[in-house]
Design a binder for this molecule. Structure first.
Ligand SMILES: [Zn+2]
Length: 271
């Protein structure tokens, strides 16, 4: 990832882009941080979610600052509500509602081939995974937590791109946002059984048994494996490998901050 800093009055606004998308400047795909906004207290400062107890006007100001910094019109935003923690995917058309205050309810993924419809996915520990097919000119973004991974949301999005837009998996580029890493993602033993039932031959490689007896989940390994299963080329995958739980100075972490936190997000748009 590449770090960008937008000078403004007060704290500078920091966001990241992916090296993978550098050859395609017409397709901004960026990740916000928590720096550069106006939210206060545990939401400090660039919280982008209306659903975490923030002042509505603060969120609107934060979103506007972020969109302006990355050069996207606020009216082009198709937001996502992050309610389902499942595998529902919504196809965004030129008729889909959008705007800075819009919430696209009950979905974990957005996909479109319509220019100037920015897909926005808020996260804090879960991964925002972006997809881009430069041949068919299709973009997509999903919210991937462990439930989505169990439901194979990664493969489901690639199948949707293939079936609805004619995308060939060998052309699709995929980036994975900062999210909770194997260093910090302690899970209960029963989750190992859930993964083993879903992925009998592979699940063992997603878990790390620590010397102190705890078990950690490596979501990055699970997402990478699902991408490989869908015939995405290794050189077409960029995983940021930045752990949100280790970096609450830069990102929100639902787990480290015990639920009292905001949301940063992934944003992708076709121009
Ligand atoms: Zn960590």
């Amino acid at each position: 990832m590449r770090r960008h800093e937008q000078a403004q009055t007060g704290e500078n606004l920091i966001y990241y882009s992916f090296d993978l998308f550098e050859p395609f400047p017409q397709v901004p795909c960026v990740i916000s941080t928590r720096l550069g906004g106006v939210s206060e207290g545990y939401l400090r400062s660039l919280n982008l979610s209306f659903r975490v107890g923030d002042e509505e006007q603060s969120v609107i100001t934060n979103r506007s600052r972020f969109y302006t910094a990355v050069g996207i019109e606020a009216e082009a935003i198709v937001a996502q509500a992050q309610l389902v923690h499942g595998t529902h995917i919504a196809m965004v058309t030129s008729q889909s509602p959008c705007g800075v205050q819009h919430k696209f309810a009950e979905t974990d993924g957005l996909v479109t081939n319509v220019p100037n419809r920015a897909l926005f996915i808020p996260v804090a520990d879960c991964a925002a995974v972006a997809f881009f097919d430069p041949k068919q000119r299709v973009i997509a973004m999903i919210h991937a937590g462990w439930k989505g991974v169990i439901g194979r949301i990664v493969q489901k999005m690639i199948s949707t791109m293939n079936e609805a837009y004619g995308s060939n998996p060998s052309d699709i580029l995929v980036s994975v946002s900062p999210s909770i890493g194997p260093c910090c993602y302690e899970v209960r033993e029963d989750l190992v059984a859930v993964f083993t039932t879903a992925f009998p031959t592979q699940a063992h490689s997603f878990f790390l048994w620590q010397a102190d007896g705890t078990i950690h989940l490596d979501m990055w390994a699970a997402i990478r494996w699902q991408l490989q299963e869908s015939a995405i080329q290794d050189e077409h995958i960029e995983i940021s490998s930045i752990c949100t739980a280790c970096h609450t100075d830069l990102f929100y972490s639902h787990r480290t901050e015990k639920g009292k936190t905001g949301r940063f997000g992934g944003l992708a748009v076709l121009h």
